[in-house]
Every structure is written in structure tokens, then in C-alpha cells.
Design a protein around this ligand. Structure first.
Ligand code: URA
Length: 215
């Protein structure tokens, strides 16, 4: 695995910087995530690799307390190699800003890292391959205090439940010692704007919990 050493404690993988702040020197998560991203960039563990344009690994602050997890890349994300950059992404940006954060304050990833053809729901074997090899490690290295799971596919696969988002949202669940708040997927909210108020209730709880865990 080729890692080009960048400036200071940073590593650059194929031109993409994974930043490490000076006070985090000695913390090897930037390096581990860079290695994982490099591995994911050529992944052929499932059929989604056959039709993808780019692997969408995840983006944002790797030292964050708050991580958002969606379902999988759509057209725009597949083109750009970045999560949540299409219409749903614009709404997610507003949701993040509504709790007085920016996209640079949080980390954003998906259950699967490659776009399912025609935006179909990812299949269980695709989800298993991708979460086992990548997302689980990504979460473990970022170690956020809070995960916000966006929509049914994210929450059901993280919590291993078949309960729906309407039942699960509104309160925190446990994911491996991390507080997990499920809320509606922004794409659903674009189709059902009447449910934005419920999402706002969930996000206010996330904000309050963030303040609590920061002390
Ligand atoms: N929907 C998702 O679940 N993830 C993205 O990155 C974009 C849209």
C-alpha cells in the first residue's frame, strides 16, 4: 500500500488529504483511515463495484463527536466521490447547520460506498461486505460519541433490527457504546416535507447530547 507522506502529521492518498491536527500527533487514526480509504478505492468485494464510477468513502472531521450515516451514494455522489452532495445532501447540510455545526465539524459516510444501479436499495450481501470491511472499522477509528443514522437502511443495518424509522426515531439507541439517534433520511424529507418537524425534534436531542458529552 503506497502512502505518500504529506505535510506534518498528514497523509495524502491519491491527492485526498486526511487531516491530522497538531495536537492529535501520535494518534494514528488518520493513517489508519487513509489506508482503509486506499483499500476501498479499488474494492471489488461486491457487484456494486462493476457499475460504480467512484467509491464514496466518507468525508469530514475524523476527530468529530458526531457522525452521520446514510444509505449509499446516488448519481452526484458517484460522480464526485463525495457523500451527500446532491439534493438530499443540500438538505443534510441545512440540517447540520440548524444545530449550529458545519459539514467540516462532522463526519459523513454511508452504509455502502458504491452507488447501487438505478439507486436501488443495497442488497444484504452488498451491505454485509461493505460494512464488515469498511464502515465498522471507520466507525471504530473515528470513535464518534454520537451517530445519526439517516433512514431505514442505515438504522436497520446498524442496529440489526427490522423495525422502521418511524418507530425507532426520536430517542437514542446503543451502537457498540455509541449513542445512536435515528432520523428520517433527507431524501424522504424532500418527498415528505411535513415530517421535517420530527427530524428537527431529533436533531435538537442530538445537539443537547453533544453539549452533554462535551461537558
Ligand atoms: N443518499 C445517501 O444515503 N447517501 C448519499 O451520500 C447521498 C444520498
Amino acid at each position: 500500500m503506497e502512502l505518500e507522506k504529506g505535510f506534518g502529521a498528514d497523509f495524502v492518498v491519491k491527492g485526498r488529504a486526511v487531516e491530522a491536527t497538531p495536537e492529535k500527533k501520535g494518534d494514528d487514526r488518520a493513517r489508519n483511515l487513509a489506508i482503509l480509504e486506499e483499500a476501498a478505492s479499488t474494492c471489488i468485494k461486491c457487484r456494486l463495484s462493476e457499475s460504480r464510477t467512484r467509491v464514496v468513502f466518507g468525508t469530514g472531521n475524523i476527530y468529530t463527536d458526531l457522525m452521520f450515516i446514510g444509505e449509499g451514494p446516488g448519481y452526484e455522489e458517484d460522480q464526485q466521490g463525495l457523500p451527500f452532495v446532491g439534493r438530499a445532501g443540500q438538505l443534510l447540510t441545512k440540517i447540520i447547520e440548524a444545530i449550529e455545526l458545519t459539514r467540516q465539524d462532522v463526519y459523513i459516510a454511508n452504509i455502502v460506498k458504491c452507488r447501487p444501479p438505478d439507486n436501488r436499495t443495497p442488497r444484504q450481501d452488498e451491505i454485509f461486505a461493505c460494512t464488515t470491511d469498511y464502515l465498522k472499522h471507520q466507525i471504530a477509528w473515528i470513535r464518534p460519541k454520537i451517530i445519526c443514522a439517516l433512514g431505514n437502511v442505515a438504522v436497520q443495518n446498524l442496529l440489526h433490527t427490522d423495525k422502521g424509522i418511524s418507530t425507532l426515531r426520536g430517542h437514542f439507541h446503543d451502537y457498540d457504546g455509541i449513542k445512536l439517534m435515528p432520523t428520517f433520511h433527507p431524501a424522504y424529507l424532500l418527498r415528505n416535507p411535513g415530517d421535517k418537524g420530527k427530524c428537527w425534534q431529533d436533531m435538537k436531542k442530538v445537539r443537547a447530547m453533544l453539549d452533554e458529552v462535551k461537558g
